[in-house]
Design a protein around this ligand. Structure first.
Ligand SMILES: C[S@@+](CC[C@H](N)C(=O)[O-])C[C@H]1O[C@@H](n2cnc3c(N)ncnc32)[C@H](O)[C@@H]1O
Length: 276
């Protein structure tokens, strides 16, 4: 199935390559995915037992509503899509901005936040998720004339996959505290930028600092000592290779998806880092 949301760093296009690097018994116990984002791997795998998390409260709220009250969520999304399609073309942007404002002032766990997160993801520029310093979603209108098709089968499959999952707002390190010997973890953090160098120590992107990268590298080693296999995706840079040097690395090729510039598209090397 396709992920429900478009997400920066989404793994849909390289899901098969990544899964082929998983240990054979990855689904024997609990599957952990602490940077869930668009959840491309999780939805493709539909594990029999899982713990998934992210620091984005509204994203986690969305998945909880997909799991717990799918029909109500779909009704709200359908209403938004009809209203959007009924707007004259010169009012569509205004309608988008209204939805964005209502979303930003809604409760993070509410059905309203979940339905509007989905609508904004479909209608905003390039399906990006970006917040201003006050935590408000601020991606501009993507100039769509029609609300994209709502894929009911994908929602149904997501609802089923989520029945076997604990879903929480948490930092990645806290999420894996409960992991036991024999469990498996897939980490997909915000990447180290490809132009970062080892002298560039103050780097910070998507709220994920160089210290967070080091914390994650150390966690891979700690998990190995606890007999928990873990795989991690990241960019292929000197800095990444240095920080994660205590783990094993393999290079794979991935499509470069998020850049809006056509020159930014094409294939790019990525690292698959494992502690096994
Ligand atoms: C590269 S995206 C994951 C993409 C996902 N694998 C997919 O297929 O769409 C990284 C995610 O990590 C989350 N994140 C950032 N810092 C985090 C932290 N300290 N702990 C847990 N999640 C974090 C972001 O909110 C974002 O959703």
């Amino acid at each position: 199935m396709k992920p429900l949301l478009k997400w920066a760093g989404g793994k849909r296009h390289i899901a098969d390559i990544l899964i082929s690097s998983f240990p054979k018994d990855w689904n024997k116990q609990t599957y952990f995915e602490p940077f869930i984002g668009g959840a491309a791997l999780f939805f493709q795998l539909s594990p029999s037992s899982a713990i998934i998390s992210d620091v984005n409260k509204r994203l986690i709220g969305f998945y909880k509503h997909v799991r717990e009250d799918l029909d109500e969520l779909l009704n709200e999304i359908r209403d938004i899509s009809i209203e959007f399609d009924n707007c004259p073309d010169d009012s569509k942007k205004r309608y988008f901005l209204e939805i964005r404002e209502q979303y930003n002032s809604s409760d993070v766990d509410s059905l309203e936040s979940a339905s509007k997160l989905f609508a904004l993801n479909k209608l905003c520029f390039n399906g990006l998720y970006r917040e201003n310093s006050k935590g408000g979603f601020n991606v501009p209108f993507g100039q769509k004339k029609k609300f994209p098709n709502i894929e009911f089968d994908d929602f149904k499959n997501a609802n089923l996959a989520l029945q076997n999952a604990e879903v929480k707002v948490s930092d990645f390190e806290t999420t894996v505290k409960s992991a036991k010997s024999g469990d498996f973890v897939y980490f997909d953090p915000p990447y180290i930028p490809i132009d970062a160098t080892s002298s560039f120590t103050s780097y910070h992107a998507d709220g994920f600092s160089l210290d967070d990268q080091k914390r994650l590298a150390a966690l891979l080693v700690e998990l190995k000592n606890r007999n928990i296999k873990a795989l991690c995706s990241n960019s292929d840079t000197e800095l990444t290779r240095g920080i994660y040097s205590e783990s094993n690395m393999k290079v794979i090729q991935a499509p470069r998806m998020v850049s809006a510039k056509s020159s930014g598209r094409g294939l790019i090397n990525e690292l698959v880092i494992s502690n096994y």
